[in-house]
Design a protein around this ligand. Structure first.
Ligand code: MG
Length: 456
């Protein structure tokens, strides 16, 4: 009898435990992937069966924005839920820079550590490569990947692992004393360089293996996997199985390998019955790089590219998946953004948002879960270029000001003109002035409350 009662009590406890366990989060973040460069977003040539399936089983976001049109600010924003200028990462960081995301900022990983999540960053970090700014100082238990863009160099002062894999005839002496070469970047584990130069042809494959291993090892506890791919940022590399296979050249090869990678991750989730316990987010850090001969990505039908605040530089493909929680095969055209992931993840995991600082993002779970009548929480959404607030979207309207002293003003109706081709600023003077005023007022407030970047 006693044994029977014990069994019931243990059983009840385990039921309670399984209900109270917070969900897992996987954020897959590609680099410079264009709005069109997925089968389910209209690519005529790139084949992405796994991502198409992810969308068929989940939800597409068609007005989803990165927080900047280049890498470092976009990533700083994703991690902190803030516009990049608020956390003082307005532009791209290079190996010569000794600043980074301030460790005093609270990242998604920091928040989830308060609930004992296992946290891993696998991929391109690019918000500070000095040890003080790396993922292991920003809430992640572990890090594997390249510390910045794959077209950069090594920092000769980087910490080298004792058993570093030196390739292409490099020696420790050459790393320390030669002028660093472009496109030769270090591969790191935690704070040490474990391979130089990194073999980029197998990078997507190795990230995937690391990701699957992390899922397997942490299947019994809540986890957060941040997987910022190195590709399709140039120079483009794919492994033997994908090289030369796509109808869209080397760029397409890299996306098709990332598609395979998503398939492997979903397979690992299903195998461990985790697909009903995991929110998977797939998106890109900014729009595509414009390369000669159409070799770069495509943001079609949007105007513009990476480096610009036209839609093509900022609106990115986005798919969210959570079996049983997100309506399959659905889509959402409400304004949503990478800065919304931190507050949304905080809400879903039961972590309180910090109350000692402003967070610009909003909890968009009503949009993700397809709640009837849910509207964007962003009355107006802002697009910074460097330190200057260049564009804003309010409902269907998009305003862009550019040139010296912002003398060129453009206003587009995105509902009827998604390609930003018909400037309606003159016909809508009152609205134009209203948006400009809101931009000026927001910008002034933000700059008065800017938080410093991390310094050595
Ligand atoms: Mg990028």
């Amino acid at each position: 009898m006693l044994r029977y009662l014990c069994c019931i009590i243990i059983g009840l406890c385990s039921v309670k435990k399984s209900f109270s366990k917070p969900p897992n989060f996987i954020v897959i973040f590609t680099d410079d992937q264009g709005f069109e460069d997925l089968g389910c977003f209209g690519s005529p040539k790139i084949k992405t069966p796994h991502l198409d399936q992810l969308a068929a089983d989940g939800r597409k976001f068609t007005s989803f924005y990165s927080a900047n049109s280049v890498c470092s600010p976009s990533r700083a924003s994703l991690m902190t839920g803030c516009y990049p200028v608020r956390v003082s990462i307005p532009g791209v960081l290079f190996p010569r820079h000794d600043i980074g995301l301030n460790p005093d900022e609270i990242t998604i990983a920091d928040l989830l550590k308060t609930k004992s999540y296992a946290t891993a960053c696998i991929g391109k970090w690019h918000i500070g490569h000095k040890p003080k700014f790396l993922p292991t100082s920003q809430g992640f238990d572990s890090y594997y990947g390249i510390p910045y863009s794959n077209d950069m160099t090594i920092d000769p002062e980087a910490k080298l692992a004792e058993n570093i894999n030196l390739r292409e005839g490099f020696t420790l002496d050459r790393i320390r004393n030669e002028k660093p070469k472009k496109n030769l970047v270090p591969l790191m584990r935690n704070e040490e360089v474990i391979e130089y130069p990194c073999d980029q042809t197998t990078l997507t494959k190795r990230y995937t293996e690391e990701a699957v291993k992390f899922i397997e090892e942490n299947k019994k506890r809540p986890f957060f996997l941040y997987l910022p791919h190195t590709m399709p940022h140039i120079p483009l590399f794919a492994s033997e199985n994908f090289k030369g296979k796509s109808k869209r050249g080397p760029y397409g090869d890299t996306i098709e390998e990332i598609d395979w990678s998503v398939g492997e991750i979903m397979k690992a989730l299903r195998k461990n019955n985790l697909d009903e316990k995991t929110l998977v987010v797939y998106t890109s850090d900014n729009g595509p790089w414009k390369l000669k001969g159409g070799r770069g990505g495509s943001a079609n039908p949007l105007r513009g590219y990476k480096f610009q605040t036209y839609e093509g530089g900022m609106r990115v493909p986005c798919i969210m998946h959570w079996k049983g929680k997100i309506p399959p095969g659905s889509s959402c055209d409400e304004i949503a953004a990478t800065i919304d992931l931190l507050p949304t993840i905080a809400g879903l995991s039961g972590v309180k948002l910090p109350n000692d600082r402003t967070i610009d993002g909003k909890n968009i779970w009503p949009l993700i879960s397809g709640k009837e009548g849910a509207k964007t929480p962003h009355e107006i959404y802002f697009f910074y270029k460097g330190n200057s607030l260049e564009s804003a979207r309010q409902g269907k309207w998009k305003l862009r000001r550019s040139g010296k002293k912002s003398q060129s003003i453009e206003l587009y109706d995105l509902a009827s003109d998604i390609s930003e081709s018909n400037n309606l600023a003159q016909e809508n003077e009152a609205l134009t002035n209203e948006i400009i005023q809101k931009m000026n007022s927001f910008d002034e407030k933000l700059k008065n409350a800017q938080r410093p970047a991390g310094k050595l």
